[in-house]
Ligand binder design. Structure first.
Ligand SMILES: [Zn+2]
Length: 324
């Protein structure tokens, strides 16, 4: 209990904007809700009969940073009015402390659905943990879609472990989103949430990283990537036979991931080899003729499925943001 009091007195709150929407509560009230939500989170975290080492590692580390004032909690009254309203910002190069940014949506929901606040908090703590513990990597790859998707998968995995090991054993009534996430974690290794949220196939991304980080030459690596593409082309004609729509979308995501991430991936491979930061302007996938051709063929063929794929992503993305 003593620890909680310490945290409460040291937490730094900030408001992003002073302007206020009429339907919202006064700022003081949001600040009050956030304070009690965080202290309740700590109670939930500590009193769980089950524990998980990875969750313990992230949460304890970030709580300690919060006590030291190395990370702050910021209330954002202009965030989206849905489950996307919580985030982590490192504010790197801005001379500001990194922050967990909490939209008022979560605070408005808190009384009715406390569990989803706790789960989202653990998700953001994981991003913050990654930032503090691999700062250079985190900042360098911030805009790299491949690495970003994997950081996202990591945060969803820790969030799922928290739901499973801390919320469920304490009989929390979890939201539809948390149920969906936990099932996805157990059944498909988060492939659905990463598909909807990052428009990528997590399985293919893991293959890509394995190739990127292997000890092979650039030529062998690009040949391996080409082989994956040729295999996709061979299987292309069997797509109409897939009756299950979810499965069809997952299969389509292999093709989409392949064409949308290949340039970035080969650039990363070149960069890894050279150990310096390469000029993106000078990079061209066309330097790898076979691989470039394979990517072009896939781009052409997949066009016919793009509208239904996009429609699926938009619909599912909206669903998981508002389903509570
Ligand atoms: Zn995230």
């Amino acid at each position: 209990m003593k620890r909680i009091t310490i945290i409460l007195s040291l937490l730094v709150f900030q408001f992003c904007v002073s302007q206020q929407n009429k339907t919202q509560k006064p700022q003081k009230q949001y600040e009050f809700i956030l304070r009690s939500a965080i202290s309740n989170f700590e109670i939930v975290f500590k009193s769980s009969p089950k524990k998980n080492d990875l969750v313990e590692q992230k949460v304890k580390f970030i709580m300690e940073q919060a006590i030291k004032g190395e990370i702050v909690f910021t209330i954002d009254i202009n965030a989206n009015n849905d489950l996307s309203a919580m985030g982590f910002n490192d504010y790197y190069n801005e001379n500001r402390k990194p922050a967990i940014i909490i939209g008022t949506y979560f605070l408005d929901q808190y009384e009715k659905n406390p569990s989803v606040f706790y789960s989202a908090l653990v998700h953001e703590f994981t991003h913050a943990y990654d930032y503090f513990n691999s700062q250079q990597y985190f900042v360098f790859y911030k805009n790299n879609r491949i690495v970003k998707a994997l950081f996202e998968a990591d945060a969803y995995a820790i969030e799922s472990l928290f739901i499973e090991n801390y919320l469920l054993p304490q009989q929390f009534k979890i939201t539809k989103f948390e149920t969906f996430l936990l099932e996805d974690f157990k059944n498909t290794n988060l492939s659905k949430i990463i598909l909807i949220n990052q428009i990528a196939s997590i399985h293919l991304l893991h293959n890509f990283l394995q190739i990127r980080d292997s000890k092979e030459s650039i030529e062998n690596k690009t040949n391996a990537l080409n082989a994956i593409g040729e295999n996709l082309l061979e299987k292309f004609n069997s797509i109409p036979e897939i009756k299950d729509n979810e499965l069809k979308m997952e299969v389509l995501s292999f093709y989409i991931t392949y064409i949308s991430m290949m340039d970035q991936l080969v650039y990363d491979i070149e960069q890894k080899e050279s150990n310096t930061i390469l000029d993106t302007e000078k990079f061209s996938l066309q330097n790898y003729k076979k691989l470039y051709q394979t990517k072009q063929s896939i781009s052409e063929k997949i066009k016919m499925y793009e509208p239904e794929f996009q429609e699926y992503i938009i619909k599912e993305n909206a669903r998981i943001r508002i389903e509570i």
